[in-house]
Design a binder for this molecule. Structure first.
Ligand SMILES: [Zn+2]
Length: 143
């Protein structure tokens, strides 16, 4: 186990492919795969994948630093970290209770449902978006 320490700052790096070995304190941004990946900021080292899409995360790049919206909740990890990435800084948020996590999951499901049922997507011929996204991730990591 690596020494645990809480990160306070990240350095962003625009890349085409995400490297297999991630460096600490680096936020890898692949515009091509619409994905941002970093090691969990608590120091546990687990890869945190934040897909960029209208229903997932938004990346804000002001030319100097990046922010991700909404917050990152690593509920699936043992550490259960919850933080914001704001202008390359980690802002630690409070841990969520189980009830809050369930509620959050439910809300994001509803957002997705609304989005995928919307006219915007009906007009689009591509109705296999989620599948394709996962296929992309697999490919990304096998490189
Ligand atoms: Zn962690």
């Amino acid at each position: 186990m690596p020494i645990k320490y809480k990160m306070m700052k990240l350095e962003h790096r625009f890349v085409e492919f995400i490297p297999k070995e991630l460096e600490n304190n680096v936020l890898y941004i692949s515009i091509r795969f619409r994905t941002v990946i970093h090691k969990c900021a608590c120091g546990c080292g687990i890869k945190t994948v934040t897909p960029l899409s209208p229903t997932d995360w938004k990346l804000i790049f002001n030319g100097k630093s990046v922010s991700l919206d909404p917050s990152i909740g690593n509920w699936g990890f043992p550490c259960q970290s919850h933080y914001w990435i704001s202008k390359n800084k980690i802002e630690w948020a409070s841990k969520w209770s189980k009830k809050m996590i369930e509620k959050g999951k439910e809300e994001s499901k509803n957002i997705k449902k609304e989005y995928y049922n919307s006219d915007y997507l009906k007009k689009s011929k591509d109705d296999s978006k989620p599948k394709r996204l996962w296929w992309k991730f697999t490919w990304l990591f096998n490189k």
